[in-house]
Ligand binder design. Structure first.
Ligand code: FUB
Length: 338
């Protein structure tokens, strides 16, 4: 009864992270998994997909999500617990529609949930909500983060204690509409300039209290092996959406979705700000249009959390999965074929 109300606990079993994973949970649809290890346990902050009967379009109108749930597991392959509704759109005073891919962070006893949602003018902004528990419930700040726009926040905390937000997504994520610094609603897809540098994800250091941006937003530039920025027409390699940052052997790994070519790709740097050099593909296209992931180390192994639409066959009704990620000795990531 509590699970039907969406307020209680629901457990599933996650099997086999190595070859042919099954969904972590199937009682709800989940996507865009941001995984973190807090106090020795894995917490996953996904989108909560629903059938809202909104027709599919290039702006992602069919992704009309209303709330977030948090999943947790003590070990890979173990029981997965759904902790119920962690934040509902009705409790975000400035929100209009579409709760898209969230992320979370922890600092000084507080857990932070970062989430993109369209405001009442239908412009994506990024909000932040806080809780004393990793599973919520989270209380939203009364306004979106000042200076935020577009989608897919990913918050990374470096070894020196500084935290950075990576964000942005083109087309439905509206990043192209901000390319001059002010919002231009007429830009529906990309800028149509294939031989110019691609639109970039954004990065910004967070304030000490994790509630605001601490500096002007910067570009996440991705270069090819010759040191030239990837071009807008290079759809197999250029950034589209779904930023993630992790470090491995002292290097910064920026990973992302290439959107309309459906790859998860990565690029590396010696600085969290980049510039990053394109390295290759992490995951080949999954079933469904979108692909979105996170990468986390747990008990000495590395894992890729991702989603696909294999169960429903519908691109907006997705399921979160996990599988092991491996590196070669030179630090390159072995490409996974789903
Ligand atoms: O879940 C809605 C959107 O789909 C996300 O924000 C994108 O990254 C894509 O996965």
């Amino acid at each position: 009864f509590l699970a039907l109300l969406g307020v209680g606990l629901h457990a599933g079993i996650c099997q086999n992270a190595s070859s042919n994973p099954i969904p972590l949970v199937t009682h709800i649809y989940t996507a865009d998994p941001s995984a973190h290890v807090f106090k020795g346990k894995i917490y996953i902050y996904p989108s909560h997909d629903i059938e809202a009967n909104v027709p599919q379009d290039d702006e992602g109108g069919h992704f009309n999500m209303q709330d977030y749930h948090v999943l947790s597991m003590k070990k890979i392959g173990g029981k997965v617990t759904d902790h119920g509704v962690a934040l509902d759109i009705k409790d975000v005073p400035w929100a209009g529609r579409q709760m898209w891919a969230p992320d979370a962070a922890y600092k000084n006893g507080t857990y932070f949930l970062y989430f993109p949602v369209k405001d009442k003018q239908d412009v994506f902004r990024i909000g932040v909500a806080t809780s004393s528990s990793p599973t919520g419930p989270f209380k939203a700040q009364p306004e979106p983060i000042a200076g935020s726009y577009s989608i897919d926040p990913a918050v990374f905390t470096d070894t020196d204690g500084n935290s950075y937000m990576y964000f942005g997504g083109i087309w439905g994520g509206q990043l192209q509409r901000w390319h001059t610094g002010t919002y231009d609603a007429s830009l529906k897809t990309d800028l149509g300039k294939d031989n110019e540098p691609a639109l970039t994800a954004k990065v910004v250091r967070m304030s000490k209290d994790m509630l605001s941006f601490d500096e002007p937003v910067k570009d996440v530039v991705i270069l090819d092996k010759d040191g030239k920025p990837l071009l807008a027409g290079d759809h197999d390699r250029r950034f589209f959406e779904g930023s993630w940052m992790h470090t491995y052997n002292g290097k910064y790994y920026f990973s992302y979705s290439t959107g309309d070519t459906h790859f998860l790709a990565y690029a590396t740097s010696t600085s969290p700000y980049g510039p990053f050099t394109y390295q290759g593909t992490i995951l080949k296209p999954v079933e469904g249009w979108t692909t979105h992931h996170s990468i986390v180390e747990f008990k000495g192994k590395w894992y890729l959390f991702y989603h696909d639409a294999q169960v429903s066959g519908k691109t907006h009704l997705r399921n979160v999965k996990v599988r092991e990620l491996t590196y070669r000795e030179d630090g390159s990531i072995v490409t996974i074929t789903p």
